[in-house]
Design a protein around this ligand. Structure first.
Ligand SMILES: [Zn+2]
Length: 462
């Protein structure tokens, strides 16, 4: 198929934007990117698909997602992280059935696809969610999914003495660590290599030092990538200092976590030595500004991390902490928040933000040779955006500016993944959107009922 008449934001090494551009797709891969006139002339028999002068970007890569939290959307607003986790999120997640988790994954994936995300990294699939169902949801939808399955052995968080985890979420070493190996054998590389299986380590002390070391050893032996929440709240930093006399980065190095196969999430409460450690080891950082802002966790030192040479990508986190999975909205906050806290309007320009959401994300998940830019021989994963028919994106002299500062996921019109149309003119082709919404409402009602929990407005309902 020859996609013609688009403004192609390639994100190639020269960062070229091709006006009146075309993309030649053969099977799942891009064969050529160039001018429409040239490609039509050299491939006169190829069927064409008119992009109608719309803007085309590489598929967005969300490097921090909780699929099971889509069902928890709106359940934990305006409270701090520990209270949010212990009184709401874990209470609901700890009672979630595999059928509900499958429904939540479908809801989340459908939302991601329709807002331009073509690849995601799930941080922590609990055993109770049913890994097979989650993988099946990825397979059916057409999206690329890196699925981190929980590794843990302690039911605690952030402090050794308090904040015990909901019993429904506590897993043993055997169940969690060996479960990843089993699911890796079963699912890694499946669905035309769209499914990848990762270690999704719980935040220390939810995982012991011994288990962390065993996991990082297995990661090197079996070439399995790792993601972990780290230095998200000040209590994390206190934990590493008081129990190990180390900074967050030093602790990660001590247990073998640092390296280019690891994505550390949040990384707000860092100390001076951490920047160099992360950069030298090629460790990736996923920045989640909406979640960090909403939970008042702090503002991650992203400009300093980038300056140190760390690869930083972007993530939406979860339904109760964001409360959506829209990477385009996430881009805007990532661009604004660092300007506000540094009083520096030139920091984190729109171009840097789009790099974080595309090519940096591809690097973080180890797929920079396959996705993250629109170039010959890469996978055909791209997103078509409609800026012309909307008031809030008119005029659009610079598509990168419009994308980062004006647009939302609502401007996504068409999405291609692995050479296949998955969203076309706003319609999801691979899943039944109405059924997904109906099932999600039913599952949420049942789950909240069972948990004896009901999110409701604070103001009187009359
Ligand atoms: Zn998270």
């Amino acid at each position: 198929m020859l996609y013609i008449n688009g403004t192609i934001v390639t994100m190639n090494k020269k960062r070229e934007i091709v006006k009146d551009g075309a993309i030649l797709v053969e099977g799942s891969r891009i064969r050529k990117v160039g001018k429409t006139t040239d490609l039509v002339a050299s491939h006169p028999k190829e069927p064409t698909y008119d992009l109608e002068n719309k803007v085309v970007i590489p598929g967005l890569v969300d490097t921090h997602v909780h699929l099971a939290q889509a069902l928890l959307r709106g359940s934990g607003d305006d409270c701090e992280l520990i209270q949010w986790l212990c009184q709401t999120v874990w209470v609901l997640q700890g009672q979630m059935t595999a059928e509900e988790a499958y429904g939540s994954a479908r809801l989340c994936i459908a939302e991601m696809l329709k807002s331009g995300t073509t690849c995601f990294l799930e941080a922590m699939c609990a055993d109770r969610y049913g890994f097979d169902g989650i993988a099946k949801a990825v397979e059916e939808s057409g999206i690329r999914g890196c699925l981190g399955k929980i590794v843990m052995d302690v039911g605690k968080y952030a402090s050794q003495n308090a904040w015990s985890m909901h019993p429904g979420l506590v897993e043993t070493r055997e169940q969690s660590l060996l479960g990843v190996l089993e699911m890796h054998d079963k699912w890694h590389g499946k669905a035309d290599n769209r499914i990848h299986v990762w270690f999704g380590a719980r935040t220390p002390p939810g995982i012991s030092v011994d288990l962390l070391k065993e996991m990082t050893q297995l990661s090197r032996e079996h070439d399995i990538r790792i993601t972990m929440h780290c230095a998200e709240v000040e209590a994390d930093k206190v934990h590493y200092r008081e129990n190990h006399d180390m900074t967050a980065g030093e602790f990660c190095q001590h247990v073998g976590l640092l390296g280019d196969k690891t994505v550390l999430v949040h990384m707000i409460w860092l100390d001076d030595p951490d920047f160099k450690l992360l950069a030298e080891t090629g460790t990736h950082v996923s920045h989640n500004p909406s979640s960090n802002s909403k939970l008042a966790s702090g503002v991650a030192p992203i400009p300093r991390l980038l300056e140190a040479g760390v690869n930083v990508s972007l993530g939406c986190d979860g339904g109760p902490s964001n409360n959506n999975y829209d990477m385009i909205m996430e881009m805007k906050l990532a661009a604004l928040i660092h300007k506000a806290v540094s009083c520096n309007p030139v920091t984190m320009p729109a171009e840097t933000i789009l790099e974080m959401a595309t090519i940096n994300g591809a690097k973080a998940v180890g797929l920079e040779h396959e996705i993250g830019s629109l170039e010959a021989n890469k996978k055909a994963d791209f997103v078509v955006l409609d800026f012309e028919s909307k008031l809030h994106t008119t005029p659009s002299p610079n598509p990168i500016s419009t994308l980062v500062y004006c647009a939302t996921g609502g401007e996504v019109e068409t999405v291609v993944i692995d050479g296949r149309l998955v969203v076309e003119r706003g319609e999801l082709l691979t899943m039944d959107e109405e059924e997904i919404k109906r099932e999600a409402r039913r599952h949420a009602d049942n789950l909240y009922e069972r948990a004896g929990f009901r999110g409701k407005p604070k103001w009187p309902i009359v």
